[in-house]
Design a protein around this ligand. Structure first.
Ligand SMILES: [Zn+2]
Length: 486
């Protein structure tokens, strides 16, 4: 029987990949991510899908595919969505970004999830530091006895199992290949179906610290005859987002956007020229699970005789992934920011979570008043969510290095604007230094030319039309329909 490929997300938008592939009596999803664009169209911070309806609202707004028996029995029950033997044999994840794995939380818990070892570890650590709730139950979950009152402490526990991709031993030949991306453990899949082969790139770049991962994988793929290439195109057709970022920075900060940086090395060099001569405190914002960027600022701190101050969540990630990252939370070059909670007592019982408590006992933990004594010798992680600490630190002057992605959605643009207003209020010397987690458009086209696939499916992109104009063999799938391969 011919294989089938059906896209349930990731077409004509950035994120929300959900690709179903069926062959030889088995079927698998490749990524099962949250589409922030779809979710943001209907929902906002204080208007969320109702937990009381399980997956009901997610289905009603088309945020997850309407596939009977795919989801957790308890979450399907409020709307009587059909349950039974799951129609898929597993989900393969490309990497640990929420727009690629986030809706795994809803999938029937006995369906195995496959990823790289690092991806699985990052997701576990992310779940630990997260807020909980049905949207964050990736591994550990509480089965909800909908319709009856049962005390929360008595809800049954369940566990979803994550496996290394190589643990899958089935009918389809599926191989993972490593790539460089803004999160460690990222990769793509080589899927040899009975009647064709498919390459799915995941998200990738070749200008980070681990660019060789991408280059080596591509070199191997170039020797193959590829039938279908499913390739990400985040930076194809993203001019509107770039322009928006530029305008926001110029309007609010009143400073032109500095030129684009081509690599992580260049970012480090540029940041050093700003930080090295300075005698003021430095604040930085980078993706909290972007360990390349963390290492860049860790090294910069060392080279500038400064200490890097990190938030408790990052300390937890370092603790959970120490064997992989090679830097632990009690490292001599790091300080951990002890933020006040509850009644401001700093007592571990004062609203501190269980996982936070042992970390706050480390010797390198500092409160605002302690940091103030050495403020000029610090580089402090200060993302959008930690900016409130600036009120306590009251820096007379300082540098702010903004090192996160451009806003890709309306909501993210509103947050970006607010973030800039804070920086302006505290009169910090602003620098936007960022290197994309994705290949540039010319690089994407070069990859396509080198791999010379029979057919191309662009995903995770707003630039679908650009692909179509450039190549005659582009397929644009319709959501939920088998792709037509002639
Ligand atoms: Zn990603």
């Amino acid at each position: 029987m011919a294989s089938e490929i059906i896209f349930y997300g990731g077409i004509d938008q950035i994120g929300g990949n959900k690709i179903l592939i069926k062959d030889s009596g088995e079927s698998f999803f490749f990524d099962f991510g949250v589409s922030f664009e779809d979710q943001g169209r209907f929902f906002a911070e204080f208007l969320k899908p109702r937990g009381v309806k399980g997956i009901g609202d997610y289905l009603a707004f088309g945020l997850i595919p309407e596939i009977p028996c795919l989801y957790r029995t308890d979450l399907s029950s409020p709307t009587n969505f059909p349950c039974g033997k799951p129609p898929v044999d597993g989900v393969f994840l490309s990497h640990a970004h929420v727009d690629h794995f986030g809706y795994v939380c809803f999938i029937e818990e006995n369906v195995p999830i496959y990823g790289s070892e690092i991806t699985n570890k990052i997701i576990e650590s992310y779940e630990t530091v997260g807020t909980g709730g049905i949207e964050k139950e990736y591994i550990k979950m509480k089965k909800r006895p909908y319709g009856n009152y049962v005390s929360r402490t008595k809800w049954p526990d369940a566990t979803r199992h994550f496996y290394k991709w190589a643990d899958y031993k089935g009918a389809i030949q599926i191989n993972f290949f490593d790539v460089d991306h803004s999160i460690w453990g990222a990769g793509g899949y080589e899927i040899d179906l009975s009647d064709r082969n498919v390459i799915f790139t995941g998200d990738f770049r070749q200008h980070g610290n681990r660019k060789d991962l991408t280059k080596n994988s591509l070199k191997k793929l170039e020797t193959k005859d590829i039938d279908i290439l499913i390739i990400e195109g985040t930076n194809v057709g993203n001019e509107a987002e770039e322009q928006q970022t530029k305008t926001l920075i110029e309007t609010i900060i009143g400073k032109p956007l500095s030129k684009k940086l081509a690599s992580e090395e260049e970012l480090k060099e540029k940041a050093l020229t700003i930080i090295q001569p300075s005698k003021s405190p430095v604040f930085v914002d980078f993706g909290i699970r972007d360990f390349d960027r963390f290492k860049t600022f860790y090294e910069i701190a060392q080279e500038c005789d400064r200490k890097l101050v990190i938030p408790i969540k990052l300390a937890k990630h370092l603790d959970d992934l120490q064997s992989i990252i090679g830097i632990g939370p009690s490292d001599g070059n790091l300080l951990i920011y002890h933020e006040p909670k509850g009644l401001g007592s700093y007592d571990e019982r004062d609203f501190y979570k269980k996982w936070e408590r042992p970390l706050y006992k480390l010797n390198n933990v500092k409160r605002s008043d302690e940091l103030l004594k050495e403020l000029d010798t610090l580089i402090i992680f200060m993302d959008y969510f930690h900016m409130k600490n600036l009120v306590d630190l009251k820096p007379a002057k300082g540098i702010y290095i903004h090192s996160t992605t451009e806003p890709f959605s309306e909501e993210a643009a509103v947050d970006f604007r607010r973030h800039l207003e804070w920086i302006k209020l505290f009169n910090l010397d602003y620098h936007y230094l960022h290197v994309s987690g994705h290949m540039s458009a010319p690089e994407i086209f070069e990859v396509i030319d080198n791999l010379a696939p029979k057919q191309i499916i662009p995903i995770h992109t707003k630039g679908t039309e650009i692909f179509k104009k450039r190549y005659p063999n582009v397929i644009i799938p319709q959501k939920g329909q088998k792709i037509d391969i002639s």
